[in-house]
Design a protein around this ligand. Structure first.
Ligand SMILES: Cc1ncc(COP(=O)(O)O)c(C=O)c1O
Length: 376
């Protein structure tokens, strides 16, 4: 079955009433048929039928063995980090969503994990960063917000050689454009609050694992810690996924036109969109993805110009988050990456002139007119 069809129909689901939409099983607990027997559902922190339909759907879309649905992307990441033990070392992409770096630095380090941050596009640097204690690689591609691209297959060869678990945050492209497990990753994680749910109305996280043994370990952590996704929110993510293909294609089409508009605008000094041949990761993108996505970052000439854009946009909302049908503009240095020290932010290009645009599905002429007015 093709991806577009899988998005609409999800994993196979049978319901005795014939309901086409997966019912919302708003139940905390489930009756046992008799002592020692279970319907397969006992208590909703462990299993819930609506959530299971979502977990099977995301496992199918990501070509993995098992899916896990969480109350947020960060809940998914925190559960995954519990697979590791004090003393373990993890190598991560330098440019990651700021909340993940905050988690690593304030929670994981306190729990005895250590981290090295490198440009994971640089395979020599990656080889050099591996120590006897290294257990995993954590990458985003494209990264948030600088759109750095990592060659997943090349990195996975290094990971296999050193017996490391390769974790890929696939939030920016979704399985519609990129399926990391098919090209060597072991775990895929999503902020499903973004493209998968797709409507800026649901907070959710998803993880998919390729290896059944590792999935069993994560299932134990899942039921023990909690952080599971509620039945209604599971249904909202499932409903969002039904239109994932349509939205991804439209958002990408709009993003490409906006990137071309911005590339020739006098106020725009730097443009980061992995769909343009001038982007350093363009060739790798062509090899490992089927699309470039709807995320663009760009630098304007002054901090005042950036502030003006944020106050002048009318259709595009000045708001955190990304991936939904509504276009959103974010100011990474203050919002998503506000907790990263300023010198580190500036070294990564996350300065007070950088804006990040999540392109929605609105009419392209309206979006360009909005940007044109705001960039005056
Ligand atoms: C790439 C990426 N991963 C993970 C997260 C965390 O997800 P959530 O906000 O759903 O907890 C975000 C949030 O913005 C993100 O952009």
């Amino acid at each position: 079955m093709k991806l577009d069809t899988l998005c609409v129909h999800g994993a196979s689901f049978s319901e005795e009433t014939g309901a086409v939409s997966v019912p919302i099983y708003q139940s905390v607990t489930f009756k046992h048929p008799s002592l020692g027997q279970s319907t397969g559902f006992d208590y909703s922190r462990m299993q819930n039928p609506t959530r299971l339909a979502l977990e099977k759907t995301i496992a199918t879309l990501e070509c993995g063995a098992e899916g896990f649905a969480y109350s947020s992307g960060m809940a998914a990441i925190s559960n995954i980090l519990e697979l590791f033990n004090p003393g373990d070392h993890i190598i991560a992409s330098t440019d990651l969503y700021g909340g993940i770096i905050r988690y690593f630095r304030t929670i994981s380090e306190k729990n005895g994990l250590s981290f090295s941050y490198i440009n994971t596009a640089d395979l020599d640097a990656l080889n050099l960063a591996i120590t006897k204690k290294t257990k995993a690689l954590f990458i985003e591609t494209p990264t948030n917000p600088m759109m750095d691209i990592t060659d997943i297959e090349a990195v996975s060869r290094i990971a296999k050689k050193h017996n490391l678990i390769l974790i890929v945050d696939n939030t920016f492209l979704s399985p519609y454009f990129q399926q990391p497990l098919k090209i060597g990753a072991d775990i895929v994680v999503h902020s499903a609050s973004k493209y998968l749910a797709g409507h800026n109305d649901t907070l959710a996280g998803l993880a998919v694992l390729k290896d059944v043994g590792l999935a069993e370990k994560l299932r134990f952590i899942y039921k023990t810690i909690g952080g599971c996704l509620a039945p209604l929110d599971s249904w909202l993510v499932l409903r969002g996924i039904k239109t994932l293909a349509l939205r991804m294609l439209r958002q990408e089409e709009n993003a490409m036109k906006i990137a071309l508009f911005l590339s020739s605008h006098k106020r725009v000094k730097k443009l980061y969109y992995a769909g343009l041949p001038t982007h350093p990761g363009f060739e790798i993108m062509q090899k490992q993805t089927t699309g470039f996505g709807g995320m663009i970052s760009f630098e304007v000439d002054t901090a005042t110009a950036a502030a003006n854009v944020l106050s002048r946009i009318k259709i595009i909302a000045f708001a955190e988050s990304l991936g939904g049908v509504e276009s959103l503009m974010t100011y990474p240095s203050v919002q998503t990456h506000g907790d990263i020290p300023e010198s580190e932010r500036n070294a990564r290009g996350i300065n007070d002139r950088l804006l990040r645009l999540s392109v929605g599905v609105e009419d392209i002429e309206d979006l360009i007119a909005d940007l044109d007015r705001a960039l005056l």
